[in-house]
Write a protein that binds this ligand. Structure first.
Ligand SMILES: [Fe+2]
Length: 153
């Protein structure tokens, strides 16, 4: 039988926005499962523009809370209330379409495995995993002098 975490509740307002390698993108780690290599995070993008190009090694589900965004490779635009599914192997480039900077793009992503980020030439630049996501969070907490919340389930 698969082992599952007990029930839990996380107040996302209590979690910090962690910079995701630029001054335009942040994430709030909500739940990280090191055993399964999965994680759930809120993504925030403050201004319009290309955020990144990446390939998923596992499924992703997203739910848009605020603002709009699209992928260069797909012909739809995600807006509040939209649910998005990304299959393993999908390569796409996220572009935030922020009309009002007081209303940043906010999307909840449930990520089922590693993400391979690519540079402008399409070369592998960085692999994000549950471990690297947790490290970004704990490093940020250390730097900011805050106690990390228990988000590893
Ligand atoms: Fe993606």
């Amino acid at each position: 039988m698969t082992e599952h975490a007990p029930d839990f509740l996380v107040q996302t307002a209590d979690l910090p926005w962690v910079p995701q390698g630029s001054n335009n993108v942040w994430f709030k780690p909500i739940r990280i499962n090191l055993k399964k290599g999965t994680w759930v995070n809120l993504l925030k993008v403050a201004r319009s523009g290309v955020v990144n190009r990446h390939r998923h090694l596992a499924e992703v589900e997203g739910w848009v809370l605020q603002g709009k965004w699209h992928y260069i490779e797909h012909d739809w635009q995600a807006s509040p209330g939209a649910y998005v599914y990304e299959p393993p192997g999908d390569v796409h480039t996220l572009v935030a379409d922020v009309e009002d900077e007081s209303q940043p793009m906010l999307t909840l992503f449930s990520i089922h495995g590693p993400i391979e980020y690519m540079d402008a030439d399409g070369n592998l630049a960085y692999v994000e995993t549950a471990e690297t996501k947790l490290k970004r969070y704990t490093d940020y907490c250390k730097e900011a002098g805050i106690e990390p919340a228990d988000i590893v389930f």
